[in-house]
Write a protein that binds this ligand. Sequence first.
Ligand code: ADP
Ligand code: MG
Ligand code: ZN
Length: 524
Amino acid sequence: MRKLEEVLQDWEAVIGLEVHAELTTLETKMFCGCKLEFGAAPNTHTCPVCLGLPGALPVPNKAAIESIVLAGLATNCDIEKHSMFYRKNYMYPDMSKNFQTTQGPVAFCMRGHLDLDVDGPAAKERITAAGLAEGDCDGNATRTADGYTAHVGITRIHMEEDAGKMVHVGGSEGRIAGATHSLVDYNRCGTPLIELVTEPDLRTPEEARLFMQKLRQIYLAIGISDCSMEEGSLRCDGNVSLRRRGDSKLGVKTELKNMNSFKNLHDGLAYEICRQAEVLEEGGQIYQETRHWDPTSKRTIVMRVKETADDYRLFPEPDLAPYDLTDEWIDQVRAKLPELPDQKAARFARDFGLSAYDARHLVESRATARFFEACMELAGEDAGALAKPVANLVINDVTAHLNAHADFDLEDSPLTPARAVALVRLVAEDAISSKQGKEVFAAVLEEGKDPADVVKERGMEQVSDAGAIEAVVDAVLAANPDKVAQYQGGKTGLIGFFVGQCMKEMRGQGNPKVINELLVKKLG
Ligand code: ADP
Ligand code: MG
Ligand code: ZN
């Protein structure tokens, strides 16, 4: 198989996502009063309604409707005032009702969008964006200073309910293949679930990953779900097809089911794009099918051939009245919208004079955004001056540390906002060099000490005292009369040599700015 970057030279990938989020922050299930609780003893949260016993009548959870409307408003959707529930009929042991209550052609939320900012290495996968001038467009992508912005349409967000969970016993890794028997836990049955469907507007695995990350940030900000991909409260199916560059007709897609991490989503799609390219290049044909990404063997395998909508016999749910939302109620929900990540980034850029790039990366997680804000509060009058170095610390050093230590919790770490501000101040005031700043950063995390103490203990204080530096400068100049003559004869590039010599004398602790100034003065 060829590599993704090569395949993308010849083929354009078309990707659409279907994202399920459980509304885990609600108290009760979608159509009954059963408690929502992850990890409870099997079948302890069930009742006639969520088990689908004959005659049981569903009562919709109003808070769930409010959650989905919040999600729609936060993703620029139109809120449909008139919509209703449908029955999607199928038989599977994890769904004892034999149908899923879901929505039909009209969902609570329709026609939304999110704008994705893609920068850094992630931007390379969209090869057509690289050649554009800033502000120019290619399809749904607009070139920016550090990458591009992709406008991604959201078809709809509809309300539905989750199924129960099967536990396969006796096989390997809990798979059904090879199992001797299966158990079913109905606790999850009837959990309020919202499904967001995107237009086929994504073009690269990186865009798919960024879309999921951005959506997760938004859902967390509005507080409708804990969005745990590990525990399955946020799940994603990736649909992908290929077409020759320049073609406008969509190719046949395959669907990758239940990608449970951002990395799996990216890698699964990347693999599938390469696999499809190979099949097509060999004159083969792609079949519309559901596939499973196996991160261990690094390939996708067929799960089933796609069922058509007809198989489900979708029909209006007779036990639930259609919805009639009022403008007034929708406005009340709108008033509950908190500051969203994009708005927060815009505020950071505006209030602290940060670049769009810095602001965007600061709000990537709630923890980093909060941390930055706490630092700015502590910086007080110096907030404007310290914003950029604090942002650099958070975006580069803290993020690198986070990536290297999965269990690192910024909100409960030795690097408090006060220590971060103190560290940044030490560098800003030339007490230590920026290189020493990195050492202090590592020491603060490892030893849990204040930056000033680390500096003192390690004898790192940078010497800025002009008198002390002058003595060194004089000695260095006296020791190198030939170089001094060359400098004065026009070889001004030798300044670097003199600075280096002084630094060496001062074991790296001299303030390079002061040294430079003194040298220029004495040599000139
Ligand atoms: P299905 O009927 O198979 O569920 P939908 O039309 O409901 O397909 O679309 C499901 C998802 O697949 C959506 O996110 C949509 O954007 C995406 N999609 C549809 N057609 C294609 C295609 N040819 N290539 C890639 N993605 C597609
Ligand atoms: Mg579909
Ligand atoms: Zn119940």
